[in-house]
Write a protein that binds this ligand. Structure first.
Ligand code: NAP
Length: 310
């Protein structure tokens, strides 16, 4: 079979850091075009917009959308209408309800819609899921704390409505949590911290539970300088399970079970190729629904203004 001809939209940080190398190492798919207003790649067809690309290259099979969430729904709709398979970066959209029409469109056109959650492809996530299927969790503590100036310099969209603020990384922790726990969880309390000059939170303290009363505490913070923390600790009836480094490492009572380098995106593209081959879609909105709940239930606290440069 000839490889899937893929076009990438939004040649920004995640496209360059992760998508390009992952596509290059995935059998069955090849990058043939880019749509980006301000960036291009040597040797690859370039268009300033997705619409221009779709008009000029009707033989494209699939589109990977690496743009900010606020503009992705319209792009996904155009791509599906044009009969393309679509991969969405996380979060799948700027609202929860904008995704259902995309799912319906993919079903109508017989194309694949893949709403990615890259952290679910981290090496410790499936082993943690298996451990927790055997050993009951008693409490969960999430610390997802990073320096926004280091990881998101100049990304104004993250502070705009729909950009999620600290939930942009925090939703990755929620995507892991909702994969590894044996039961569905729900939010019970939330404190959100908004800089006085921004429309999205810079920090959030969240309490979740489940039908069995499991206590789950999550702290997200964009103001972390020094060591960065992307850890989930789970007390279980068989000791302490710790996922650290965003799910790259797993420890049981301090003993390492998995210690790997971060490598999530090759798994994403293998799954995309597989979904297309099977004529299937993969869309799970649960992590985004939890973020929406935090905006519904959360008490809003105003904190000092945030400036990108200090
Ligand atoms: P980014 O560096 O800002 O890149 C996004 C690109 O999309 C921009 O370079 C821009 O390219 C294009 N774009 C199109 N419309 C835009 C608009 N209205 N505003 C701003 N840019 C627009 O962002 P990113 O970090 O790659 O993040 C993109 C998505 O990937 C987000 O949903 C994010 O959550 C997700 N993600 C990011 C990371 C990470 O570590 N950065 C990790 C995992 C997932 P042109 O100007 O050339 O059009």
């Amino acid at each position: 079979m000839s490889p899937i001809r893929l076009a990438l939209v939004g040649l920004g940080k995640i496209a360059r850091d992760q998508h390009l190398p992952a596509i290059a190492q995935t059998p069955g798919i090849e990058l043939v075009a880019i749509a980006s207003r301000n960036a291009a790649l040597d040797g690859i067809a370039h268009y300033a917009s997705l619409d221009e690309l779709l008009a000029a290259m009707p033989d494209i099979d699939a589109i990977a959308l690496c743009t900010p969430p606020q503009v992705r729904r319209a792009q996904a709709a155009s791509a599906l209408q044009a009969g393309k398979h679509v991969l969405l970066e996380k979060p799948p959209g700027a609202t929860v309800s904008e995704i259902a029409p995309l799912v319906a469109m993919a079903a109508q056109t017989g194309k694949t819609l893949f709403a990615t959650w890259h952290s679910r492809f981290a090496p410790a996530v499936e082993p943690a899921h298996e451990f927790l299927a055997e050993h009951a969790p008693r409490s969960v503590t999430i610390e997802w704390k990073e320096d926004v100036r280091v990881w998101h310099p100049g990304q104004d969209w993250i502070w705009e409505p729909g950009g999620l603020g600290v939930f942009d990384p925090g939703i990755n922790a929620l995507s892991i949590l909702t994969r590894i726990l044996p039961r569905e969880v729900f939010l019970t309390k939330a404190e959100l911290f908004f800089p006085a000059n921004r429309a999205a939170p810079i920090a959030a303290d969240l309490d979740f539970s489940d039908a069995a009363g499991l206590p789950i505490r999550a702290e997200f913070d964009f103001r972390q300088t020094g060591p960065q923390t992307w850890d989930i600790r789970i007390e279980t009836d068989a000791g302490l399970l710790t996922l650290s480094s965003g799910g790259a490492q797993l420890f049981h009572d301090g003993r390492p079970l998995i210690v790997e380098k971060e490598a999530e995106y090759p798994g994403i593209y293998r799954h995309f190729v597989d979904l297309i081959g099977r004529g299937a879609s993969d869309v799970d909105l649960t992590p985004l629904a939890h973020v929406a709940d935090a905006f519904l239930l959360g008490r809003r606290n105003i904190v000092e203004p945030f400036e990108d440069t200090q």
